[in-house]
Design a protein around this ligand. Structure first.
Ligand code: GRF
Length: 205
């Protein structure tokens, strides 16, 4: 069994989508080992406990990034976590964390990266006037939303969209995409070739 650790800071809808996918067999040979929040009052903690998932709070307040990350990594190691999924985790990771789980940390971002990294992606997209939006699951490296891309889905932007309607349309796809991307990584049948994440056997010379 591959043990998954999920990091959240907020409502945790992607965390629940991953838990659902594990439960109904869409991510075979995986289990959710622990849900960790850096925010003691994250709504997702309650929702995780309702699902019977183990939760731990590693409060970020008053800690340096490195000290906080050391504690978080220690919790993940205690729970024998193999793969870390960031799901609305609103904290940049230190080099220490990234090295501890090199190429084993995934993140979901509500845009078609490399366009619109960082905060307020929906606002950025509407202001820029793009006609197609989407979401991306990628490996986390030391750059902001910049690691190798595992999977993407596209979503149309409608003339009448607001940040709320666009984010709701993207979120629906995020929940499917994250489960699909994690299933690929758990299966181990992929390679990272340069910046490209490719399914095994499909690398062309
Ligand atoms: C999602 O839009 C995700 O792409 C972004 O933060 C949001 C988290 O939502 N990284 P939730 O906590 O998973 O509901």
């Amino acid at each position: 069994m591959i043990r998954i650790g999920i990091l959240i800071s907020g409502r945790g809808s992607n965390m629940l989508a991953l838990a659902d996918a594990v439960r109904d067999g869409r991510i075979p040979k995986a289990e959710i080992a622990v849900v960790v929040s850096d925010q003691p009052d994250a709504g997702g903690l309650v929702r995780a406990r309702e699902q019977g998932l183990k939760t731990v709070v590693v409060d970020r307040r008053g800690r340096t990034r490195q000290a906080h990350d050391e504690d978080t990594v220690a919790v993940l190691k205690d729970h024998k976590v193999d793969i870390v999924c960031l799901a609305g985790y609103m904290r940049l990771l230190s080099g220490y964390f990234i090295e501890a789980y090199h190429h084993r940390i995934l993140n979901i971002h509500p845009s078609l990266l490399p366009a619109f990294p960082g905060l307020d992606a929906h606002k950025q997209m509407l202001e820029h006037g793009v006609k197609w939006a989407g979401c991306t699951v990628h490996f986390v490296d030391e750059t902001l939303d910049g690691g190798p891309i595992i999977a993407q889905k596209i979503v149309p932007v409608l003339d009448e969209d607001t940040e709320e309607t666009l984010s709701a349309r993207i979120l629906e796809q995020e929940h499917k995409l994250y489960a699909e991307a994690l299933a690929l990584i758990v299966s181990g049948s992929y390679e990272i070739v340069g910046r490209r994440v490719v399914s095994r056997g499909e690398v062309s010379s």
